[in-house]
Ligand binder design. Structure first.
Ligand code: FAD
Length: 406
């Protein structure tokens, strides 16, 4: 008897989108129906939405990650620990660093985001970005190293930390930093007044698009902890010595700083450009079914995808929330393709947004209700725990979740 070849489903990236797709598919499909391969740079998944905590050093980086085999059924999903280099769409092959060529019948691209520096000179070379566990650990260690060096050479700029961008990531990182600094100063015998945390934002307000009353609350709370805001100030360049900001029409000012963290821009994975998918800054404007335009076998989800909010005719911001919702529909649509069913359209159902201001404070709008302070902070932890539950169920949530609510 001739055995028919099973369809090969290949998922690129084990972040929110890719991992949730994999765990849903392992439940929906049986081993005789398809072979599922999950390719990820590391054998662990990290909570990208917690990386600012690991970067500031308020949460150990091992708390932010867990091993992928702990949540996948390896009899159904084969994990390949490798780096994707490109997708050859014509040959239907994924090219990787070590395993070279992995063929697919159905592909899910969920490779997440990369830092976007908009061509600002020096940022790539001298500024950090909060974009992986290893980068987060590097930021934490760099800041500690600067504090340790200051204890010897007293160069005050070592104690200046500049954060480029007062968007979500920038503000969440600053909130953690502001909480970490008192402990760091105690550890390194440093007068806290000498430490500067400066947030530089080109837009006319922090957290553009967020409720103005909540933004004022956030800024006031962080200023009280010593954070300096330079709003409406563009970053013009970055050097080994610090950051160059625009002042008025033509003038610039150099702010010496031991640490510069760029948190003002992300784009989709460069693998998207390299693989020649039509894209805008590494993001593919997907069909309602989440297929890449012109393709019947390639789904793009998470930060690599672009979904338009029809109400305002602008793309939804890339978030973990939308990535996980897309993963649910993507898994259903792959099952439909394998079994010959009808594809479903993706419809985003925003539940709200919460921005932390450290472990003990936050702002947010959830199901249309404004929250700030402790209630928002509790809600943030519930959201964080829910993401764990979505990927690994109750056991993962109990193992890695955040349960210190007050
Ligand atoms: P990711 O979850 O980032 O996963 C991508 C995966 O692909 C990673 O495992 C990576 O290692 C892997 N990968 C990348 N390149 C390769 C390659 N070439 N080969 C193999 N593997 C590769 N969103 C919210 O909804 N709420 C928040 O509160 C929030 N806070 C955030 C705070 C911070 C500090 C940051 C940085 C982001 C935050 N976001 C938040 C955004 C959210 O994290 C992203 O939108 C979400 O992670 C996107 O999911 P994804 O599946 O597309 O990618």
């Amino acid at each position: 008897m001739i055995e028919l070849k099973k369809p090969q489903i290949v998922i690129l990236g084990a972040g929110y989108g890719g991992l949730v797709t994999a765990v849903r598919l392992q439940k929906k499909l049986n081993v005789n129906e398809a072979e599922i391969t999950l390719i990820n740079k590391h054998n662990y998944h990290y909570e990208t939405t917690w990386l600012h905590e690991a970067s500031a050093g308020t949460l150990h980086h091992d708390r932010v990650r867990y091993e992928i085999p702990s949540v996948i059924d390896q009899s159904k999903v084969k994990l390949v620990e490798d780096t994707v280099i490109e997708v050859n769409k014509e040959a239907k092959i994924v090219v990787c660093e070590n395993n070279k060529e992995i063929p697919y019948d159905y592909l899910v691209i969920a490779l997440g985001a990369e830092s976007e520096t908009f061509g600002i000179e020096g940022l790539k070379e001298y500024a950090f970005s909060i974009s992986s566990v290893n980068k987060a650990r590097h930021i934490r260690e760099h800041i500690e190293h600067q504090f340790a060096l200051y204890a010897q050479d007293k160069k005050e700029e070592r104690l200046t930390i500049v954060v480029g961008g007062a968007g979500f990531t920038g503000i969440e990182f600053i909130g953690e930093l502001a909480n970490r600094v008192p402990g760091l100063c105690k550890e390194y015998d440093i007068d806290q007044k000498k430490v500067r945390i400066i947030c530089v934002e080109a837009a006319p307000s922090a957290l553009p698009g967020f409720d103005p009353e909540l933004v004022s609350y956030a800024v006031a709370r962080l200023e009280k902890k010593g954070v300096e805001f330079m709003i409406g100030t563009p970053i013009k360049g970055c050097t080994e010595e610090g950051i160059i900001v625009g002042k008025g029409e033509e003038e610039t000012e150099m702010i010496p700083a031991g640490t510069v963290v760029w948190a003002a821009g992300v784009r989709g994975s460069s693998i998207i450009d390299k693989s020649e998918f039509e894209n805008m800054r590494g993001r593919v404007k997907v069909e309602p079914t989440l297929l890449a335009p012109g393709h019947e076998d390639v789904f793009v989800i998470g930060d690599c995808s672009l979904v338009i909010n029809e109400e305002i005719n602008r793309p939804y911001p890339p978030t973990a929330q939308i990535s996980m919702q897309q993963a649910e529909v993507c898994a259903k649509n792959i099952v439909a393709l394998v079994r010959g069913g009808q594809l479903e359209d993706f419809e985003y159902k925003p539940k709200g947004t919460v921005c932390s201001l450290g472990d003990d404070d936050a702002i947010g709008v959830v199901f249309g209700k404004k929250l700030k302070g402790t209630s928002a902070s509790i809600m943030k932890k519930i959201i964080d725990n829910r993401a764990l539950y979505m990927a690994g169920g109750l056991s993962l949530m109990l193992k890695k979740g955040k349960f210190k609510f007050l």
